[in-house]
Design a binder for this molecule. Structure first.
Ligand code: TNX
Length: 678
């Protein structure tokens, strides 16, 4: 009997060997307590469900549970007589139904006990039961005699009540069915808020009946009808997920001013933003009463459409130049004793707060809205850095964190995973202040997203962030996270997400007629450039096809991570023969690949775009092998050889086609460990 909760607590898990991880169930997020028991429950027969006390959401959840278990295992659970008396029982009991509109304060905990005779799932409300079913799905595993659930006892409750994913559907529209599959993925990893960024310079994405010009002129025909919104809201609710809408004002509002030019602070664009040149459009004019009239109408309409208690008004990145140069706005500011653009936006926000409150909602905005005049009932969404999170909490605002969880910036899962909401300045808060930190949201901005690659941008990394929001702060072992993430990623594919399948077809398209194995050996070592490098080197253009390597390759290369880890292991412990052997095979593959791939390069535009990486990889492979030989034999390399190795590393650091060679660190580790003759 092993107690995984103890193992998961940081110090011990670092000592645990990789064979221990192999046995660890692929639960993500990791539960509050996990006690392994002896034995297992065979899944040879479908479970007979006996539910009581939960609301109607559970019935549908059980149907999905069966479908998902069927997809994951390949067994035909939906074909067999579930009622059979001798089948093991899945007993589910809720102490109470959930609230009619899911609230941020609702209890989401559950308890789960599995033994060879059956499963018991208990929860204070239906929400906990939904989460518990997801845990059971993640526990299903091959056992010597077939599929089984390990015997286990779990008590589980989230650390933060607000665990979100923000999706921008304005820069690139996301069709309804795709949004639904993202919700499926969220439910699988126990996220509970889908924040939809519904309006921006590039598009207004909801049908308004009060102001139909918004979608008619501001969406290029790509928007959700009100019926579709109702559909997505109920789809999310059935899965324990709240939908928080965002309408970004007064900046990022070109889609509004295309429809209502008279509301802009200056002459606005005549079409929604398509490229860099269109950017920097004038914000709404806070001195114009008609602005508030329209916002009242539209926000009122949207507040009725979206039942959630929260309403996000954006508020980020207002360019002050239009307010500074406008005579009538300057005169207004003087008359009202407003000393700068921030003060004017604060006044705007106070008017907004009155509107949003009148329509029965709590207002949220990005952290720019945090100024001394901001009323305390506003919630602050921190994105520019963690500081504003701590400041907001200290001043008594409820707040959530997205800084550090920007998944559009192409960083590895590990980086986001280790961002701790209660660290830095937030670590010094009193318990009372800390309560104002409700959680966080991963943020998927959509400048470079299409229906084809969106899943690959969001998954599986968002699962790691979901664990940060749900699990204890002490659960932060990166190796364990990656071991589980890989299996969760497979689970998500069975659920219908296409992060792997769509990537596969995008890569096949790019490879064309060249042999896939040769192309993959190279492309597996590449990653998109990080942070804002893409936008800084190539102008954003909404009409540009997103079908290049940078669009197809995952934000992080698993192959590179594995090679980099192996090399670090060998450098730290040269006597690790297994690691040396595995690494040697990889380095040989790199070294040989260029020669074999070269014949296909000349005729292919996509291969041409990454051609420079191919000899660079080959040289890295050669340098790595020489370093490995030296490490293995103890025979030093010559000074000239060492110089050549350093040159290969330097050549490996060049960015091309907005990509980088992600395996250079592996060779760096080896060359750093090689002995050089004096
Ligand atoms: C900043 S985050 C923005 C977005 C961009 C994003 C790209 C925020 C409140 N504003 O408009 O899409 O950077 O990472």
């Amino acid at each position: 009997m092993r107690n995984w909760q103890v193992l998961a607590s940081s110090a011990l898990i670092a000592l645990a060997s990789s064979t221990v991880f192999a046995a660890q169930p692929a639960l993500m997020p990791w539960p509050t307590t996990y006690t392994a028991k002896d034995g297992s429950l065979s899944l040879d027969k479908p479970l007979r469900v006996d539910a009581s006390g939960c609301d109607a959401r559970l019935t549908k959840a059980i149907d999905r549970f069966r479908a998902q278990l069927t997809a994951q295992t390949g067994n035909l659970y939906n074909h067999q007589p579930v009622e059979a008396k001798d089948n093991p029982v899945l007993a589910i009991h809720c102490a109470a139904a959930g609230l009619p509109v899911q609230a941020v304060t609702e209890d989401e905990s559950y308890g789960l006990a599995i033994d060879p005779a059956g499963v018991k799932l208990t929860a204070p409300t239906t929400l906990g039961a939904l989460h518990g079913l997801q845990t059971i799905l993640q526990l299903a595993t091959w056992a010597p005699k077939g599929w089984a659930l390990p015997a286990v006892e779990i008590q589980d409750t989230p650390r933060f009540p607000w665990r979100g994913l923000m999706i921008d559907v304005s820069r690139h529209f996301m069709p309804l069915d795709q949004l639904q599959r993202e919700i499926d993925g969220m439910a699988a990893v126990k996220l509970n808020v889908l924040h939809i960024h519904l309006s921006d310079d590039q598009g207004f994405r909801v049908e308004s009946k009060k102001a139909p010009k918004l979608q008619q002129l501001g969406s290029e025909g790509m928007y959700y009808t009100q019926d579709q919104i109702r559909e997505i809201v109920s789809y999310a609710r059935e899965r324990g997920i709240r939908i928080v809408p965002e309408f970004d004002v007064p900046g990022h509002s070109t889609s509004w001013t295309v429809a209502y030019p008279e509301l802009a602070s200056d002459t606005p664009a005549t079409r929604v933003v398509r490229n860099q040149g269109d950017r920097q459009q004038p914000p709404l004019d806070p001195t114009n009463e008609k602005v508030y009239k329209l916002l009242d109408d539209v926000f009122g309409e949207m507040a009725a459409l979206f039942p959630d208690a929260y309403f996000h008004i954006g508020g980020d990145e207002v360019d002050p130049k239009y307010w500074d140069k406008s005579e009538h706005i300057q005169a207004f500011m003087k008359a009202h004793n407003l000393k700068n653009a921030d003060a004017l936006q604060a006044l705007f926000n106070q008017r907004l707060l009155a509107i949003v409150t009148k329509h029965g909602k709590h207002m949220i905005g990005w952290d720019e809205i945090l100024v001394p005049e901001l009323p305390k009932e506003t919630m602050v969404h921190s994105w520019r850095g963690p500081k504003s999170l701590a400041v907001a909490a200290k001043e008594g605002f409820n707040t959530i964190l997205s800084a550090g969880y920007y998944i559009d910036l192409m960083q590895p899962a590990s980086q986001h995973y280790l961002v701790e909401p209660l660290s830095g300045d937030a670590a010094d808060l009193t318990p009372e202040q800390t309560k104002h930190i409700l959680g966080g949201e991963a943020a998927q901005w959509a400048e470079y997203i299409t229906p084809e690659n969106a899943d690959n941008r969001i998954w599986p990394r968002t699962a790691a962030i979901a664990e940060r929001f749900w699990s204890a702060a002490s659960v932060r072992d990166v190796d364990s996270m990656y071991a589980r993430l890989d299996r969760v990623s497979t689970e998500l594919e069975f659920l219908g997400l296409k992060h792997r399948a769509n990537q596969e077809r995008m890569l096949a398209r790019l490879a064309g007629s060249a042999p896939r194995d040769l192309v993959s050996t190279l492309s597996n070592t590449l990653e998109p450039v990080k942070e804002y490098e893409r936008g800084e080197t190539h102008e954003f253009d909404a009409d540009m096809p997103l079908n290049q390597w940078i669009d197809a390759l995952s934000p992080e290369s698993d192959a590179a991570r594995i090679a980099n880890n192996l090399a670090a292991k060998v450098a730290a412990n040269p006597s690790d023969a297994e690691a040396r052997r595995d690494l040697r095979r990889i380095l040989e593959l790199w070294r040989e690949n260029d020669l074999r791939l070269q014949p296909y390069m000349a005729d292919s535009w996509p291969l041409q775009s990454i051609a420079g990486f191919s000899p660079a990889l080959s040289q890295l492979g050669a340098a790595g092998l020489q370093a490995l030989d030296s490490i293995e034999s103890g025979i030093p390399v010559s000074a000239a050889e060492h110089q050549a190795h350093l040159a290969a590393i330097k050549a490996g650091e060049v960015h091309r086609a907005q990509l980088l060679l992600a395996v250079t660190p592996a060779v760096q580790s080896l060359v750093g460990a090689e002995k050089v003759t004096q």
